[in-house]
Design a binder for this molecule. Sequence first.
Ligand code: ATP
Length: 493
Amino acid sequence: MEIRLENINKIFKGDKKKGVEDTIAVSNLNIKVNNGELAGLLGPSGCGKSTTLYMIAGLKEPSSGNIFFDKEDVTHLVPEKRGIGLVFQNYALYPHMSVYKNIAFPLTNLKVLTFKQSIKVKTLELLISLLDNDKYLEIKDLINSSTLDSKKINKDLALRNLINKYHISPSFAKTLFSLDYSSKENINDVIIKAKEDINKEKEKLSNKGFSIDNEYYLLDQDNKRIEEKRKLSKDEIDILVRDVAKLVQIEEQLDKKPKELSGGQQQRVAIARALVKKPRVLLLDEPLSNLDARLRIKTREEIRRIQKETGITTIFVTHDQEEAMSICDDIFVMNNGKLMQEGKPIEVYKDPKNLFVAKFLGTPPINVFKGEFKDNAIFVDNEKILDNVTLTNEYEDKSSLEVYVAIRPEGFIFEDNNETLGLSLKVNEISLSGKEQTLICSHNQRLSEQIKIVIDGDNPISIKEYRFKIKPNKIHLFDLKTEERIYFKDISK
Ligand code: ATP
C-alpha cells in the first residue's frame, strides 16, 4: 500500500503563562512511500521523526494536512481502523505472558469479517487427502520417528512435527496422532467413515438451504457466499501465530517468557506481534536502539528479510544513518521538523542538496573546510584543489565566492609527488583496518571536528604532511549563508 503525507504540520501548544513556547515538531511535510517498500525516516534527535510516525499510526493527530493510505484519507481514523502494526524501541512485551500469548494477544478479541465456511467438511476432506493412497505411511513414519531417546514416541514432539509438516492446527494434529496406523484396513475404515460424515454434513446443510463451493464456503440459494463477523477460533489463531513465529524465526521459543530471550529475540517477538494481524503497514520506531552493535546489524538484516518476504509497506524511524542506508529502499532525511531530502540512499549520499544532508550521511562523515571559488578554480586556504570549473545554475555569473568545501573521506588520492592540484593535510594518526587505512589529519581551515580520510591500506603513509589529490566527484560546494548546494561543472572538456 502507498502511504502519502500531504502538507503535514504538527504544533505542540506551549503554555504562555509558564513561558513555554509552541513547538513546531513537523512543518509542511510531504512524503510518499511506495507500495511494498521499506522507507527510512532519518534525522537527529528532536527532528520530528517519531511524531511523524505516530501521526501515520493515528496516535497523534496532525495540526493540519492529510495522510492517505492509497486513496483512503486516514487523517482522522482511529489507530485500530488503520491496519497498522507498530513496533517500539523497548519491545513493550507483556512479561507475564509466554511468547506465544504475546504474539496471539492482538488476535484474541479481534472480530473479523469473513465468509461462512464448513470447517467440518474442510477438515474431513483434509483428513482423507492426508491418508489416501498410502500417504498415511508418511504420517506413521513421522510419528514413529518422533522420539527423544530413540525408543518411546514423544507425543508433544510428534504433535509439533505434524503441525509443522502439514501446517495444521493442534486439534487436527491430535486427531492424526490418535489414529491406528497398524494396518491399511484401519486407515481405510477411517477414510470410509470420513466420506460418510461429509455426505451427512452436506445433506444437513442442504436441508437448511446451503451448498458448499470448492473452497468450503457456504453458498446461499443465489450461489452467494455468506458474510459473518466473528472472533477467530483457537485453531485459526494457532496457525497465524505459528506462521508468523516461523517468519521471524522464533518458533522454538514460543513457550518461553520474554525475559528468557535475548534482546534480539524479544524484538523479533515484538515484530511478530505487530505482523500477526496482517497489517497493511508496518511502522518501526527505533527498533534496534536497545540492541548491542553486533545484534543491531543482524536484526536490521532480519527486518529487511521479513519486509521483503511479506512485501509489506514499512516505515522505519532511526537516527542512525548507517542503519537506514543499509536496509532502506528510500530514505527521508529530516531536520527541525522539515524534510531535507529524499531518495535512494546511494543517490542522496552522492548528491546531497545541502550541507546538513552531506554531513548527516556517511561514515566517517564528510570533511568540511572553509574555501573559495575564484579564477575558475576551487581553493582551500590558497591551495588550488581543483581547476577548470565553473559554477552553474543561479551561481553561473559569479566569478568569485566564499564557499564551504566538503570532501568525502574516500575522495582523497595519495600521490607523494603531486605538485599541481591538491590539499595539504598533516597526518596525525593512522588506523589500518585490513584493505583500508583511515588517516586522522589536521588543517587550519577545517570546520569538521576531525578530518578523516580513507585510502588504500597499501599506501606507505607515515605521520607527516602530504599533499592529496582530490577526486572531483567527491567534492561538494555549499553556500555560506543558505548552506544549499552550489553545483559546478568541468569546463576543460
Ligand atoms: P528522538 O529521536 O529523540 O525521539 P524525534 O526526531 O523522534 O526525536 P520527536 O519526538 O518527533 O523527535 O519530537 C519533535 C519535537 O517535538 C521535539 O522538539 C520534541 O521536544 C517535541 N515534542 C514531541 N512530543 C511532544 C509533546 N507531547 N509535547 C510537546 N512537545 C513535544
